[in-house]
Design a binder for this molecule. Structure first.
Ligand code: ZN
Length: 118
């Protein structure tokens, strides 16, 4: 079983459509130039990159990885809408709060689970 996958399906999808654009998701991605990134939305390449390890090289919790995925999708929505309201330090913090909030709603309503399905 490849890293980043689980029985019953991948924890993070390989592709996502945002605003009519097909994005490729690279997970687990190893950021070589900047080790302080958990994720990155690249609108030019239509790519989302998400690391599976923290800044010390330790494996990240599934919940954190999914929040990062939601966070990067929100960046894509924000960029493709033309608003770019989250494109600042304050906006980045607001977007992180939105990502955590969406994750909580998905988990607490049973629409998303971290359990393996087998
Ligand atoms: Zn961000």
């Amino acid at each position: 079983m490849a890293e980043g996958t689980e029985k019953g399906g991948r924890m993070i999808p390989e592709k996502v459509k945002i605003g009519g654009h097909q994005y490729t998701i690279f997970f687990p991605y190893l950021f070589r130039e900047r080790d302080n990134l958990y994720g990155q939305h690249d609108h030019a390449q239509k790519e989302i990159r998400i690391t599976g390890v923290d800044t010390c090289g330790a494996e990240r919790a599934k919940s954190g990885i999914i929040v990062t995925f939601i966070h990067e999708v929100l960046h894509g929505i924000d960029f493709n809408s033309g608003h770019q309201i989250f494109n600042s330090e304050l906006g980045e913090r607001a977007l992180e709060g939105m990502a955590e909030g969406i994750y909580q709603v998905l988990i607490d309503n049973g629409w998303l689970t971290l359990q393996n399905k087998d």
